[in-house]
Design a protein around this ligand. Structure first.
Ligand code: ITT
Length: 211
């Protein structure tokens, strides 16, 4: 097989030619991927709610399975390479809850989920937590790359900061003093579970193609 015929090269041509669907309904994730992805791909990144309504049931028991389900559903429906992210917050003192149920921990808004978490943390001294993200990049030929990233830290006792999304106002990454919501977006990008996972994903793709 010539190098130009390798699956990796064909996938990359597809990415550059057709663009990339970001299989998420979460605008916070979309904004982060726009900053994190190489510019050639970020420019062609499509936020799926602007394309078509589609709910993918997250029936998996791991982040990786749920990311795979979301990426496969979108690539099958569109024929366009699709990237999905399944992520969550794992809190030591809560036996690693809410984990894959982080989006479903409480109904409604991010604020409601933050209130729920603070309520569960009342009186607990072990405030260690970690954000985890699994990414799945799926191609029309069925091949799918999956990888995971983690960011450890601790939980505050009240929401701090107005940036980011989700549980960001409650999470201080290891070695830092500010929550993700208090940091500049680029500072979060240097530390986040999503950035760690994406770095691994890009390393799995052939060299230099995103240069
Ligand atoms: P999609 O499934 O459409 O991508 P979602 O928000 O439902 O969107 P998940 O099922 O992966 O996504 O749930 C992730 C949950 O974890 C959700 O409540 C997020 O707010 C939270 N979360 C994930 N990454 C986060 C981050 O970087 N900062 C803050 N909260 C995060």
């Amino acid at each position: 097989m010539r190098p130009s015929d390798s699956p990796g090269r064909r996938w990359i041509s597809l990415l550059l030619e057709k663009g990339l669907l970001l299989a998420t309904g979460n605008r916070g994730k979309y904004e982060e991927f726009r900053r994190l992805l190489p510019r050639s791909v970020a420019q062609k990144l499509c936020f799926t709610p602007e394309l078509a309504p589609m709910e993918v049931e997250e029936t998996g028991t791991t982040y990786a399975m749920n990311a795979w389900l979301k990426a496969r559903a979108w690539v099958s429906a569109s024929g366009i390479p699709s990237l999905a992210d399944d992520s969550g917050l794992e809190v030591r003192g809560l036996n690693f809850a809410p984990g894959i149920f982080s989006a479903r921990a409480a109904d409604g808004s991010d604020e409601a989920r933050n209130r729920w978490l603070l309520g569960r943390m009342e009186g607990r001294t072990d405030r260690r937590a970690a954000f985890v993200a699994a990414l799945a990049l799926s191609f029309p030929d069925g091949r799918t790359l999956v990888c995971e990233g983690e960011c450890r830290g601790t939980l505050t006792d009240r929401p701090l900061g107005s940036g980011g999304f989700g549980y960001d106002p409650l999470f201080v990454p290891e070695g830092q003093e500010l929550t993700f919501a208090q940091m500049a977006p680029e500072a979060k990008d240097g530390l986040s579970h999503r950035a760690v996972a994406l770095k691994v994903l890009l390393e799995l793709l052939p060299d230099g193609v995103f240069a």
